[in-house]
Write a protein that binds this ligand. Structure first.
Ligand SMILES: Cc1cc2nc3c(=O)[nH]c(=O)nc-3n(C[C@H](O)[C@H](O)[C@H](O)COP(=O)(O)OP(=O)(O)OC[C@H]3O[C@@H](n4cnc5c(N)ncnc54)[C@H](O)[C@@H]3O)c2cc1C
Length: 445
């Protein structure tokens, strides 16, 4: 059985940034043995948000906040080396820092390709299981994965495991039974729209887009702009699309010092800090999208085409999927007035949830140390502490917004410094594991 120093589940931005920190460190210390690692990714490649990269959309962070530069400005995994190798360096400088989602997705894929230890694609991690030695101590994890194409199973072993599988798409209760061909989460947008049955001859496609965040805004604009006949209903629970909080000072919550601050707070205070910071990243749109939405809405009125309907203060209370379309029952949030809306498809831009302990870690759940409130005890270096008798390092990488604050999960701002924190903790953990392995076993009489 080959036991790796590290097995990483998920090779998206968090997994790649960690691999970059590992390889940069190994390159800087050629005299030391290289860390052995296995990288497992469910998808066919590492393209970023592949089913949501819409033409004309741009990233929400500065391009220097990439997978490596904030950790090490000279790293070969940075966005600038990517630009240089692409041959677009000078053209890029004329764009004033604009980076499309398409280009960012290509950069993330390029960075994955720079990792020398090749990742294994089509490998969905389904379970991380403890393996006890003869003395009962757990020093190894068995990482079980399956190929989603044919169900074939694989096992990898690690002294340490980083779970970097990202946040889970959130589907509100009312839509759960309806999810399928016509009702789907935005994370599958391009995949599902390509497979959608066409509207009957002579009738335009009718869409309902649920939600008021950046993704909802981009999808409304895309549907409205890419099909000159499409009928788009945008359903939001408050008065309309809001804009992100863009103040310079309030956006300092994405600085590393903020993570230090938040990490030091007790749970109630952390939740209050998070509630204050939410408007910088969630349930709102950027100024470009806000302007484009309002312009489209205005043009619609001006021309009398009525293809874009802004259904404000509207909540979906019932969903009926039929062979020919979907009927939504809705209620006005304050008056309770009920309506029916018939559409061909419903796009759920209803966000993501962060699991405290990802499903695949269930076999390890009883070995994770807990805080008084039952939540996992997590180090500043994103390691879930384990109980006595378990020496495996379990890292929750990109899964601890609840513990480290807004910048440490659903944002690129600290992707590189987060990887640095995980990597430093990992090196310390490996040193302890080596010491433990060298210690003679206790003699029993
Ligand atoms: C539409 C959208 C736009 C965004 N735009 C921005 C932006 O402009 N700027 C910004 O800072 N942030 C943005 N974010 C947030 C950003 O996506 C995250 O910061 C970043 O992608 C998180 O990286 P991650 O690797 O932790 O998770 P993810 O990007 O979710 O990657 C997780 C990876 O794990 C894989 N995986 C999942 N489950 C398994 C499994 N069981 N086994 C193996 N592999 C698995 C997935 O296929 C994926 O490759 C956006 C998010 C969304 C949804």
């Amino acid at each position: 059985m080959h036991v790796n120093d590290l097995v990483v589940a998920g090779f998206g931005p968090s997994g790649i940034a960690l691999a970059a920190a590992v390889e940069d460190h190994d390159d800087a210390h050629p005299e030391r043995p290289r860390l052995t690692a296995a990288y497992l990714e469910r998808a066919a490649d590492s393209a970023w948000q592949p089913h949501q990269v819409l033409p004309g959309t741009d990233i929400q962070h500065h391009f220097l906040r990439d997978l490596a530069t904030p950790r090490a400005a000279g790293s070969r995994f940075g966005f600038v080396p990517f630009l240089q190798q692409s041959g677009r360096f000078y053209e890029f400088t004329l764009l004033g820092g604009y980076v499309s989602r398409l280009e960012w997705s290509a950069y993330v894929q390029w960075a994955a390709e720079q990792v020398r230890r090749r990742p294994a694609y089509h490998r969905e991690v389904v379970a991380v299981e403890p393996v006890a030695d003869a003395d009962g101590v757990v020093r190894t994890a068995r990482v079980v994965s399956r190929d989603p194409r044919d169900g074939r199973r694989y096992e990898d072993f690690g002294r340490n495991v980083a779970v970097a599988t990202g946040h889970r798409p959130h589907v509100p209760e009312v839509f759960r039974e309806a999810v399928g061909e016509r009702v789907f989460h935005a994370s599958e947008f391009l995949l599902r729209t390509a497979a959608l049955p066409p509207a009957p001859e002579g009738r335009p496609l009718r869409w309902a887009v649920i939600g008021a965040g950046q993704t909802a805004g981009e999808i409304v604009l895309h549907l409205h702009g890419s099909d000159p006949n499409a009928q788009v209903h945008s359903l939001v629970r408050h008065a309309g699309f809001r804009m992100y909080e863009l103040g310079h000072f309030s956006n300092e919550v994405y600085f590393p010092e903020e993570t230090e601050y938040v990490y030091g707070l007790e749970r109630g205070a952390r939740e209050r800090v998070m509630a204050q910071a939410r408007a910088t990243n969630y349930a709102a749109v950027d100024p470009d999208v806000s302007t484009a939405l309002y312009t489209a809405h205005y043009q619609d009125k001006l021309t009398g085409t009525h293809r874009l309907s802004m259904e404000r203060r509207t909540e979906v209370t019932g969903v009926d999927v039929r062979p020919e379309g979907v009927v939504l029952e809705t209620a006005e949030v304050f008056t309770g007035e009920r309506r029916r809306l018939e559409v061909d498809a419903v796009v759920l831009c209803t966000g993501y949830t962060e699991p405290h302990v990802p499903e695949a870690l269930a076999p390890f759940a009883s070995l994770l140390a807990r805080e008084d409130d039952g939540l996992p005890a997590v180090t500043r270096g994103h390691r879930a502490e384990t109980v006595e008798g378990c020496e495996v390092g379990i890292y929750l990488d990109g899964l601890t917004e609840w513990r480290h604050g807004i910048a440490s999960a659903a944002s690129f701002s600290q992707m590189a410094v987060k990887a640095d924190a995980v990597h430093r903790d990992l090196r310390g953990q490996l040193a302890r594991q080596r010491e433990s392995a060298a210690r003679p076993a206790p003699v029993t009489v």
